[in-house]
Design a protein around this ligand. Structure first.
Ligand SMILES: Nc1ncnc2c1ncn2[C@@H]1O[C@H](COP(=O)(O)OP(=O)(O)O)[C@@H](O)[C@H]1O
Ligand SMILES: [Mg+2]
Length: 242
């Protein structure tokens, strides 16, 4: 059976700088994969390639079919960014309804109705008429998650979703991610928060210098003391994560 999403010999260069060095990775339906690794190791570039947001050499497939660009990935792969990327001039309700209406071509009434139901499920209904600037960072990120979910994507990819949030707001976002994991969503989460990863991920990928160096189950990776760079990285982040 095809993996839900797979990269084969993925290479990304900026000028003569190689940022992804022939990455191979497979993610199955229902997997929740955390991507960790030092700053600059290529985590964002990898997930952006998987989402069709970058040009690359090699092959990325979704259910066996090549993803060449954002157009082929649209609606099938949801992306959540550190900086939320909500529309400042739209209310919460309209932010969530907008992609469903414009990309899936669902009429306005049905789009707004679906957005409302989703916001209720996520306990965000009280914010539906607010503008993003009036929300907490945790609420903003949960609205961004709702906006990804409305498309019923096959996979949701988060790139450091809590990096700009205070710990208690990060907790609320991770709770939402855990809840989605418990409901069988396939997700990739780039994060430094190893203590949170233990609660929702089933796999970890450790990247360094544009390569995947270690991958496997949470226990195997987090207890892997054979790779000195992983060991050093974990000591550093777990210290700052205390
Ligand atoms: N648009 C770009 N132009 C040139 N270099 C880039 C660009 N985006 C990322 N890079 C470089 O690619 C490397 C990997 O970056 P990135 O994927 O953002 O790493 P990470 O997310 O792990 O911190 C870094 O050295 C970064 O400077
Ligand atoms: Mg990054």
């Amino acid at each position: 059976m095809d993996a839900l999403i797979a990269a084969k010999e993925l290479v990304k260069k900026y000028g003569d700088k190689t940022v992804l060095n022939g990455v191979n990775v497979k993610i199955d339906k229902g997997d929740v994969v955390a991507i960790i690794g030092p700053s600059g190791s290529g985590k964002s570039t990898l997930v952006r390639c998987l989402a069709g947001l970058e040009k690359y050499d090699g092959l990325v497939t979704l259910n066996g079919a090549p993803i060449m660009d954002a157009k082929t990935a649209k609606g099938k792969i949801g992306m959540v960014f550190q900086s939320f990327n909500l529309f400042p001039h739209y209310t919460v309700l309209k932010n969530v309804a907008y992609p469903y209406h414009t990309i899936k071509k669902i009429n306005k009434t049905d789009s707004l109705r679906k957005a409302k139901t989703l916001l209720e499920k996520m306990h965000l209904e009280d914010t539906q008429n607010q503008y993003p600037s009036t929300l907490s960072g945790g609420q903003k990120q949960r609205v961004a998650i709702a906006r990804a979910l409305i498309m019923e994507p096959e996979i949701i990819i988060y790139d450091e979703p809590t990096s700009s949030l205070d710990p208690e707001l990060a907790y609320e976002v991770f709770e939402t991610i855990k809840n989605l994991a418990d409901n069988g969503y396939t997700m990739i989460v780039v994060t430094h928060q190893i203590s949170a990863v233990r609660h929702f991920a089933n796999k970890i990928v450790f990247m360094e210098h544009g390569n995947i160096c270690v991958e496997g189950s949470i226990e195997n990776v987090l207890n892997n003391m054979n790779n000195p760079n992983l060991k050093k990285f974990l000591e550093r982040v777990e210290f700052s994560d205390l």
